[in-house]
Write a new protein. Structure first.
Length: 253
């Protein structure tokens, strides 16, 4: 199955979780943001679209059992292969578009909660995909898209920040797509203060850990690393990680 950034995730899969191992606080914080909004209840049918390695699924706690596993949708087999071996997680190799269009069927006729975390930027037709997934929601169902806004405050090199901004969908547009699909919609932002050793961060950039970085050549990355070193002589980098949380609920229920 070919999809945008396929090679990027195949290369990254084995080290993906390690990128965050320095920051268990961040993983717990993000899991809390998701949990607070999706309000998963026992028996809920949950789908995580672009689930990747399932790093943020620890938040589901006792609400999910092997009888109602979270369907972890992702087109990348190497990423899905990193999912913990847990009967409460059901991997499904597919794109968001394929699930939204019913080309690939979920094990549930209707769902109570759908999460797309840091994967919507890989979706080609966002309005149609949001609508297709919203149509799968049962009355009272919740839909959460967690995404970086186009303008980042990361200490990256300028060309990477610019290219990222061009490729990233606007959160307001995603909120409109949800509203057009009949959901009550709320857009909010959440910020996490990051402190990271410069050398660790340069290592991440060198390994092209963000998919936008995989669009630069080796020599462009080398130049980019030089630019970051010049601009940030400090040993510890401090910046704000800011996320848009686009939340929709289906009336009824
Ligand atoms: C940045 S990772 C996010 C993974 C996980 N949600 C997380 O937050 O850790 C993006 C994921 O989106 C997946 N992806 C790429 N194209 C996709 C598509 N068209 N539909 C659904 N997922 C896609 C990638 O394979 C990758 O696992």
């Amino acid at each position: 199955m070919g999809f945008e950034a396929e090679d990027h995730y195949a290369r990254l899969a084995a080290t993906y979780n390690g990128n965050w191992s320095h920051s268990p606080d961040y993983v717990a914080w993000m899991s809390g943001q998701v949990c607070d909004r999706l309000q998963i209840r026992p028996g809920d049918r949950v789908v995580d679209v672009g689930a990747g390695t399932g790093l943020f699924l620890s938040m589901l706690g006792g609400a999910v059992t092997a009888d109602n596993p979270v369907v972890c949708v992702d087109p990348s087999r190497p990423m899905l292969d990193q999912l913990p071996d847990d009967p409460r997680l059901a991997p499904l190799q597919a794109t968001a578009e394929q699930v939204a269009s019913r080309e690939v069927r979920l094990p549930y006729e209707q769902i109570d909660a759908v999460l797309i975390k840091e994967a919507i930027h890989h979706v080609a037709d966002v309005p149609a995909t949001v609508r297709g997934l919203a149509d799968l929601l049962a009355p009272g169902g919740r839909f959460l898209v967690v995404t970086l806004p186009p303008l980042l405050e990361y200490p990256l090199f300028e060309a990477a920040l610019e290219r990222f901004a061009k490729r990233q969908p606007e959160p307001e547009g995603i909120a409109e797509d949800m509203a057009d699909a009949g959901l009550r919609t709320d857009l909010s932002y959440a910020e996490f203060p990051v402190r990271v050793e410069r050398e660790h961060y340069l290592g991440l950039v060198g390994r092209q850990w963000m998919s936008v970085l995989s669009t630069f050549s080796e020599s462009e990355i080398a130049d980019g690393l030089e630019e970051i070193r010049r601009r940030h002589p400090e040993d510890v980098l401090e910046f704000t990680d800011r996320f848009a949380l686009v939340f929709g609920t289906k009336p009824g229920g």
